[in-house]
Design a binder for this molecule. Structure first.
Ligand SMILES: Nc1ncnc2c1ncn2[C@@H]1O[C@H](COP(=O)(O)OP(=O)(O)OP(=O)(O)O)[C@@H](O)[C@H]1O
Ligand SMILES: O=C(O)C(=O)C[C@H](O)[C@H](O)CO
Length: 306
């Protein structure tokens, strides 16, 4: 592919995921499974693996975790030239604790260690760097989420700038990703900000539960009336998805699959749908591709991509 070919650009925080190897309180867990996480980075890897030329704009620390994350991008064919390395701040991470339920199943409890991380210092300057400008100037699609605006005022300003100064050729994709833990004490502001981004995006993804939490309803038809501006609106839940484009509504069932790791299914789903739209598939075809890629994510601890 020529270097000038249009690309998809994903912007957000890459994280280290440490998943407890055993169920029970963290203080008793000795072993953790490490992998790459971060909604927009998961989506970038899944997009690249689906054959879409993809770059990430972000920041990591000058540490082993940051090097692991950027190595993973490159290993999957994602352009990491616009990932800045911060000598003074660490790479963010989360720990997933496995909390046993009385019925024998386990729930995952996420603990974030990302305050003052390198990526939370993303700012309009990050987007204006020569490396970021080079990929953004060629971006046919920019994929963002509701996580970045929760990270810091400067990260929020960066996301505002992307919407305000969007290049004419750019499609803006926005995954709502409501993370109450990141908005604690300022939930009302968070809901208002994410609602505003959702109105201004071209493609909006959200889960039914996040839609209920942010927009006050999970009913697809009501949501379409509420969010009339985005060309595509895609609502997901573990059983399936509903998608709207300018004219059509498509309903589809998820692929029946054994679930190994639930976190990240939505990111893989979004990437599959975007890959479908970018390669000219129909609404129904894009949903089918999304479910297939999400099912692959669910079936493995990490290599959900591809
Ligand atoms: N148990 C499941 N079985 C089959 N497919 C699933 C299952 N859970 C999720 N999926 C797939 O992933 C898609 C998104 O699921 P969901 O709406 O639960 O997002 P999510 O996993 O909460 O997102 P996140 O990435 O934010 O964790 C579904 O539409 C489906 O394609
Ligand atoms: O919750 C976040 O901020 C993350 O990005 C971590 C996970 O990778 C994400 O929740 C999956 O969508």
């Amino acid at each position: 592919m020529p270097d000038s070919a249009p690309i998809a650009v994903c912007i957000g925080e890459g994280l280290i995921s440490l998943v407890a190897a055993t169920a029970g309180p963290l203080e008793d867990c000795r072993t953790f499974h490490r992998s790459l996480a971060g909604a927009e980075w998961n989506a970038a890897i899944a997009l690249a693996s689906a054959g879409i030329r993809t770059a990430v704009v972000s920041r990591v620390g000058d540490d082993g975790f940051g090097r692991f994350l950027t190595d993973e991008l490159r290993r999957h064919g994602v352009d990491d030239t616009a990932v800045e390395v911060d000598p003074d701040a660490p790479t963010g991470l989360y720990v997933k604790e496995l909390v046993p339920r009385p019925d024998g199943a386990v729930d995952g409890a996420m603990h974030y260690y990302r305050t003052a991380s390198a990526a939370s210092a993303m700012s309009p300057d990050t987007l204006a760097s020569p490396a970021a400008s080079a990929v953004l100037d060629r971006a046919a699609l920019v994929h963002l989420s509701g996580i970045t605006p929760a990270l810091s005022d400067s990260a929020l300003a960066a996301q505002e700038m992307l919407f305000a100064e969007r290049r004419t050729q750019q499609v803006l994709s926005f995954d709502l990703n409501w993370r109450p833990a990141l908005w604690r004490g300022r939930e009302t502001e968070g809901r208002a900000l994410l609602t505003d981004f959702a109105h201004r995006a071209d493609i909006v993804f959200c889960t039914g539960s996040d839609a209920a939490a942010v927009f006050g309803t999970a009913d697809p038809q009501e949501l379409r009336e509420l969010l009339a501006e985005p060309r595509y609106l895609v609502l997901t839940d573990p059983g399936g998805a509903v998608a709207f484009d300018g004219t059509e509504r498509a309903d589809s069932d998820a692929v029946d699959t054994a679930v190994v790791e639930t976190v990240g299914a939505g990111d893989a789903f979004a990437a599959g749908f975007l890959a479908g739209i970018l390669t000219g598939l129909s609404l129904t075809g894009s949903l089918a591709r999304a479910h297939r890629i999400a099912a692959r994510a669910l079936a493995s601890t990490r290599d959900h991509i591809g």
